[in-house]
Design a protein around this ligand. Sequence first.
Ligand SMILES: [Zn+2]
Ligand SMILES: [Zn+2]
Length: 256
Amino acid sequence: MNKWLETLITFVYPAKCQCCKVPMAVGRVHYICDECWEKIEPLVPPWCEICGMPVHFVKANSANHAHICVDCRAQPPLYDKLRSIAFYEPTLREAIHLFKYDRKQIFAKHLIRFMLKHFPADLSGEDYDLLLPIPLHRKRYRQRGFNQAEQIAQGIARIWKVPIGTEVLRRIKDTVPQSSLNSRQERVENITGAFEISSPEFIRNRKILLIDDIFTTGTTVNEALSVLNVAEATGIDVLTLARTRSSALGIGLNLT
Ligand SMILES: [Zn+2]
Ligand SMILES: [Zn+2]
């Protein structure tokens, strides 16, 4: 093959895996080789029934006890339960980055397929009246051209036939990315007052599944939850594609 043609093809179709940088053959997933994609480990039970953090040991004779971690017992979260598909670790981090920041829209399909394949068994469409993606501020939405949380919600809604509220929860404050802030205090200050409910009647007495792409320290989700709780939702669960291994909820959980 001519050198220039090869260069052109390599430019148009990146031939190296974005994770391991190894030249890749045609795979199932664009930009990421099959080997790296297979390395994503979905989260599986046993996990804390509330925060969903996997636990690696269970107290003997715990069959009669609710599996709730010490952190959730000490300080019950604002949600009823939180579930994530996998930890926010190399391959998934790269995939989400390609999707969100490099705007590789093909990853909406890959990530939704991955999510549906490993969907938590204890979340069911019959339990919810409304799917609520964490909104972007309109300025960020214009820059990016889409809301990743909304696309994830659409992937679920297609299967569940549950409506998505895209204008119910609004982001009224143009916050800086939480990931750019180091301290919890800065994150809380950044996100406080970021959300408002446009139509409380869509929230009152409804069971809601709040959806986001990544759960890190929980400050964004908590801010949204506090606004939704004021609007008297019946209950709110949270689903994210990824979560960090250590969060504000702690690591090394003990089931009690
Ligand atoms: Zn790879
Ligand atoms: Zn917990």
